[in-house]
Design a protein around this ligand. Structure first.
Ligand code: F42
Length: 144
């Protein structure tokens, strides 16, 4: 097994610890919003290490939509580059863990539909997109 390297961001690292440490029964929502969060586990594209990233839960049937918003920061989150390099992931949704394959959504019509779903699940995504000139990357995770 590759080494797990926790996030350098305190609140992110702590959410992963509580979420995974409780087997998906605690720490499963975003702070004050009460909205559900998933944990995506993947490989770092430089280190090859195991990385874990909490993201908002956006469901499309059995698929999950992963939105690289990073609060509307000017740069993409690093996990975007990891997923572009290697789309093999595990998605933890509370107590369930799924082996999934991720692809970046390139088709405009598909992206528009998934963006709408994402904003419905987590309205601040819209504000995050308005805050940055980069186009927020959207991925879909499908059962492997
Ligand atoms: N971020 C989102 O973008 N979208 C969301 O919907 C979202 C929801 C969310 C909910 C709860 C929560 O706790 C956090 C949430 N976040 C959300 C924040 C998210 O978890 C990430 O922290 C954020 O998107 C930033 O991602 P990041 O990959 O840039 O993470 C930073 C803080 C980080 O830990 N970076 C690592 C580090 O050490 O600095 C990078 C580690 C890494 O992957 N390294 C690669 C490697 O090979 O190991 C090298 C990669 C390279 O190309 O250099």
């Amino acid at each position: 097994m590759a080494e797990y390297i926790p996030s350098t961001s305190d609140w992110v690292r702590e959410q992963v610890e509580i979420y995974e440490g409780s087997g998906g029964t605690e720490g499963t929502t975003l702070r004050d919003t009460g909205l559900p969060v998933i944990i995506v586990t993947n490989r770092g594209n430089q280190t090859g290490a195991v990385r874990k990233t909490p993201l908002m839960r956006v469901k499309d049937g059995n698929n999950y939509v992963l939105v690289g918003s990073r609060g509307g920061a000017p740069k993409n989150p690093v996990w975007v580059y990891n997923l572009r390099a290697d789309g093999n992931v595990e998605v933890r949704d509370e107590t369930e863990v799924y082996t999934m394959q991720v692809r970046e959504v390139e088709d405009e019509a598909e992206r528009a539909r998934l963006w709408e779903l994402s904003v419905a699940a987590f309205p601040p995504y819209e504000e995050y997109q308005n805050r940055t000139t980069r186009r927020i990357p959207v991925f879909v995770a499908e059962p492997a």
